[in-house]
Design a protein around this ligand. Structure first.
Ligand SMILES: Cc1cc2nc3c(=O)[nH]c(=O)nc-3n(C[C@H](O)[C@H](O)[C@H](O)COP(=O)(O)O)c2cc1C
Length: 371
C-alpha cells in the first residue's frame, strides 16, 4: 500500500458507566459511575478536543465494576447532553438481535445528528452468559456470529427489502425506516470492534470500520495494523485503528511513575487472579492461542485493557511524542483511560493534545507504507 497523508490523531475517552474506575487497585480513584458525573466528563472532553467516547457493555460485575449501567441507554443519555462528541456503544451480539440494534442505532443516529456509533464486542465473560442462560459459543465461532451481526446491521441500514440467510439470523425482506443519516464519507454509523485474536483481525478486515486494540507496545500494535491492513486491502477496504492507553500525565516523569507504582502496589491481587482465569475464554481459547490478554502479566491486568503497556506515562511532552510515534505507525485514535477522570481528561486535553497538534503541524505526516 502506498503512503498517504494522515489525518490528525483522534482521541476518545472511556465513559465511566461501571463502578470502581479503570484500575483494580485500592488507590483512591476520583470517579463516579452516575449520569451527572458522566455528563460533566463528556462536556469536559468535548471542550478540550476529544471527538469520541466509548461506553462498555457489561451485564454483571466481575473484576470490579460491581454496578454497570446499560451501554445503549447510557450512551443516548450522554448524547442528549453533548453537542459534538460521538458516543460508541458497546454491544454483545450474543445478547441481541441485529435487527433490534439496527433499529436502536438508526433512531439514535437520527436524533443525535450522526453521533452514534457501535462497538461490536464478541465476548469473553462467560459468567454473564451462563447466569442469563444464553448459550456460550466457542471462541472463533463468536466471530462468525459477530460478522453476521455486522453484515445485517449494514444491510438493514442501507437497503430496502433486505434479506439475509446466515447461520445465526435470517432476515426476510426487511425495510428499516428511518434509516440512519447518510453523511458524506460516513455511509452508516461507524462500526468499531473489540478483540485481538486472528479471528477478530479477519473480521475487522472483512466488515468493520475500526479495529480496537488493547494496550500494547508500538511493535505489538504494528503487527496487528499491518496484518489487518493487508487483509483489508486485498478486499478493497480500509480499516482504522484504535489503541487503548491508561494515561498518567504529570508535570514530571517521576510523579507519573510514582503514581503508576502506587496503583500497582495497591492492586487487588485476588481480583486480578480471578480475571486472569476468566479471560482464558478470550484469545487463549482461539485456535492459535493468540489475542487479548494472552501475554498479559499480573501487573498488566490491573488495568483491564492492558492500558499500562502503551506507556503513556510521563510528562505531557513525553506522552505527546509517543502518541505522534503511534500515529506514524498507523494508529488513528487513542482511547484514553484515567485514574481521576474529570481533572485528568481536562489536563490531557489542555496539555497533551496541543503538543500532538504541534508535532503534526511541524512534520506533516505520511502514514508509513504498510508492507
Ligand atoms: C477497546 C476494547 C473495548 C472492549 N469493550 C468490551 C465491552 O464493553 N464488553 C465486553 O464484554 N468486551 C469488550 N471487549 C472485549 C472484546 O470485544 C473481545 O470479546 C475479547 O477481548 C476477546 O477478544 P479476542 O479473544 O479476539 O482477543 C473490548 C475490547 C477492546 C479492545
Amino acid at each position: 500500500m502506498g503512503a498517504k497523508n494522515a489525518s490528525p490523531m483522534k482521541f476518545a475517552h472511556w465513559v465511566s458507566s461501571a463502578s470502581g474506575g479503570l484500575v483494580v487497585s485500592k488507590v483512591p480513584q476520583r470517579t463516579d459511575w452516575g449520569l451527572e458525573y458522566n455528563i460533566r466528563l463528556a462536556k469536559i472532553a468535548e471542550e478540550v478536543g476529544f471527538e469520541y467516547a466509548l461506553t462498555q457493555i457489561r451485564f454483571m460485575g466481575s473484576y470490579g465494576a460491581e454496578y454497570q449501567h446499560d451501554a445503549l441507554i447510557f450512551s443516548t443519555a450522554l448524547l442528549a447532553h453533548t453537542e459534538t462528541l460521538n458516543i460508541i456503544t458497546g454491544i454483545l451480539p450474543g445478547m441481541f438481535h441485529p435487527g433490534v440494534v439496527a433499529k436502536h442505532g438508526a433512531t439514535a443516529d437520527q436524533i443525535f445528528n450522526g453521533r452514534w456509533a457501535i462497538n461490536v464486542v464478541s465476548g469473553w465473560c462467560r459468567a454473564e452468559y451462563d447466569a442469563l442462560g444464553v448459550p456460550w459459543v466457542e471462541h472463533d465461532e463468536r466471530y462468525v456470529r459477530s460478522q453476521e451481526f455486522i453484515e445485517i446491521l449494514r444491510g438493514a441500514w442501507t437497503e430496502d427489502d433486505f434479506s439475509y440467510a446466515g447461520k445465526y439470523w435470517k432476515i426476510d425482506g426487511y425495510t428499516l425506516k428511518p434509516k440512519p443519516l447518510v453523511i458524506p464519507g460516513r455511509p452508516t454509523p461507524e462500526i468499531f470492534q473489540g478483540g485481538n485474536s486472528l479471528a477478530a483481525q479477519r473480521m475487522a478486515a472483512s466488515v468493520s470500520d475500526w479495529y480496537c486494540m488493547n494496550g500494547n507496545t508500538p511493535e505489538g500494535f504494528k503487527e496487528q495494523i499491518n496484518y489487518v491492513t493487508k487483509l483489508a486491502t486485498a478486499k478493497g477496504r480500509t480499516v482504522k485503528f484504535v489503541a487503548n492507553a491508561f494515561v498518567i500525565a504529570r508535570e514530571t516523569e517521576a510523579e507519573a511513575q510514582a503514581e503508576l507504582e502506587r496503583i500497582v502496589r495497591g492492586a487487588d491481587t485476588e481480583a486480578v487472579e480471578n480475571f486472569r482465569i476468566a479471560v482464558k475464554e478470550a484469545g487463549q481459547a482461539s485456535k492459535e492461542g493468540k489475542g487479548m490478554w494472552v501475554k498479559s502479566t499480573s501487573r498488566d491486568l490491573i488495568q483491564y485493557n492492558d492500558g499500562f503497556n502503551t506507556n503513556l506515562v510521563g510528562t505531557p511532552e513525553q506522552i505527546a511524542l509517543r502518541i505522534y510515534e503511534l500515529r506514524k505507525i498507523g494508529v488513528d485514535m487513542v482511547l484514553c483511560g484515567f485514574l481521576h477522570f474529570h481533572e485528568e481528561t481536562r489536563f490531557f486535553g489542555e496539555r497533551v493534545i496541543p503538543l500532538v497538534r504541534e508535532l503534526e503541524r511541524a512534520a506533516p505526516m505520511k502514514r508509513q507504507a504498510i508492507a
